[in-house]
Ligand binder design. Structure first.
Ligand SMILES: [Zn+2]
Length: 348
């Protein structure tokens, strides 16, 4: 069987839309017809060559989606044909099959355990979760990365108490999910920091109490006015080293913590004054919001189903699969918050 997939052939060049041949499924793999795929900064970094050398070219991309299982390999227990599923880069239970090799344009094409910029994709069982009842395919796609990473960085990694202050540096898709995680945790005040007013406005709609534009205000001064003793928590979602350092500087002495989510450019290093640690500040890393898919995705499903979580503000920028390069360009320029590829839209 053949399908269509966006392929990265050369770093720094637009993705190509290729017809590719789907190989026979290995034990522990399922074939998923993708319904929606999100686009995140990780793919932008990969496509633009910011993550260093890429030994897997040409390869498939994308790591959050929703879809329907159309075929299963042997040993698959977690999903069955016809199930609506979340495709996530974050590993859960089930078989761990690292990758797949497709063929197209006379070449071998590599793919990891989960890729999503395609009409169909071979996915490892441990990257699949059945969509909880009452959750749409459209919403479920963002449970693949943005929701667990952003909300998880707050509820699993930072673990704030109600009434603690929290700022999010960088209010793209993941950062906005962190804002929603702060709202769910009862944080106050919640402060959104970005350089794009439209994103800050969205952050306020989602529950941020204050918004700071880094280009028109002094962030340190503004934060000092809002939380004179420093923040309880700072969540960094920009991938910029100097912002990570600023996030740590902005938390309070004796217990404040900065959580670093963003993927920095390959080779970047942090320049931190060690005195920050002597003052009792903490810097925390996170692997996808310390998410356990089998535990957390049903919870996000409940929040969506019962109206405690609304992803519609993140879903304004919808693209066809053949507009994947526009989606990447718009994400890079800040014109789109979290591009959503809708596979049901006809190609032009
Ligand atoms: Zn992602």
């Amino acid at each position: 069987m053949r399908t269509q997939s966006a392929i990265l052939e050369k770093l720094g060049e637009p993705l190509g839309l290729w017809d590719i041949e789907i190989p026979a499924l290995k034990p522990g793999q399922a074939l998923v017809e993708i319904a929606y795929s999100g686009v995140c900064h990780t793919q932008l970094g990969e496509a633009r060559g910011r993550r260093g050398e890429d030994a897997f070219l040409p390869h498939c991309l994308g790591h959050e989606a929703s879809g329907v299982v159309v075929e299963v390999g042997s040993e698959i227990k977690k999903v069955a044909v016809g199930d609506q599923v979340i495709v996530s880069w974050i590993k859960g239970s089930g078989g761990d099959v690292p990758g797949t090799v497709y063929e197209g344009n006379g070449q071998k094409i590599n793919a990891g355990g989960a890729t999503t910029f395609a009409r169909h994709a071979v996915i490892s069982e441990n990257r699949l979760t059945v969509i909880p009842e009452g959750v749409s395919l459209r919403d479920a796609s963002y449970i693949g990365c943005a929701v667990p990473t952003g909300i998880g960085a707050v509820v699993n990694t930072a673990q704030p108490q109600p009434g603690q202050s929290l700022a999010v540096f960088g209010t793209g898709g993941v950062g906005l999910c962190a804002i929603m995680g702060a709202v769910l945790s009862g944080c106050a005040p919640i402060i959104a920091i970005d350089r794009i007013d439209a994103k800050l406005e969205t952050a306020k709609k989602l529950g941020a109490h204050h918004a700071i534009n880094v280009d028109s205000s002094d962030v340190t001064e503004e934060l000092g006015r809002i939380v004179p003793k420093g923040l309880d928590f700072a969540i960094e979602a920009t991938g910029v080293g100097t912002v990570m350092v600023q996030a740590l500087a902005s938390v309070r002495q004796q217990g404040g913590a900065a959580v670093v989510i963003g993927n920095a450019r390959f080779g970047d290093l942090l320049d931190i004054n060690p005195r920050e640690f002597n003052m009792g500040k903490r810097i925390l890393g996170t692997w996808g919001g310390d998410t356990v898919p089998d535990r957390d995705y049903p919870r996000y499903g409940n929040l969506l189903r019962y109206g405690r979580l609304d992803l519609s503000e993140l879903q304004h920028d919808v693209y066809r699969l053949d507009q994947i390069n526009d989606a990447l360009d718009d994400l890079e320029a800040g014109r789109a918050i979290r591009p959503l590829i809708d596979m049901s839209l006809d190609l032009h």
